[in-house]
Design a protein around this ligand. Sequence first.
Ligand code: ZN
Length: 137
Amino acid sequence: MRVYTKELTLSTKKRVEVIKITDYVNQVVRESEINEGVVVIYAPHATVAIIINEFEPRLTEDYVGWIMRHIPPNAGWRHDEIDDNAYAHIASAIIGPSKAVPLSKGHLLLGTWQDVMLLELDGPRHLRKVVVQVIGD
Ligand code: ZN
């Protein structure tokens, strides 16, 4: 078994933003020369999330809309007394900072309408990181 790990650093431009990172993940998979296994996509941050679904502009607005409707900012969250971003922490905690995708014959087993996305919840930020780890043979 081999493990290949690479880190992407990116800047986000908005408070809440959906950024497609599928191409980057595929590039890391190619570099790894690992064909069978699993790929973990992980963001080491408390106010971002990783999602896998369709990257369609109206739908990306809907992901954000769902969060704002169900976890509204400034809704009296205790953590807002400290740094005013409790909703971002809660959404990150619920949605999660990582996803795993099976790797077979050198390709991610993503469906036709699935992309890997970074969900920025408390931007804009410099130095957002995404770790891609390919594990297998
Ligand atoms: Zn905070």
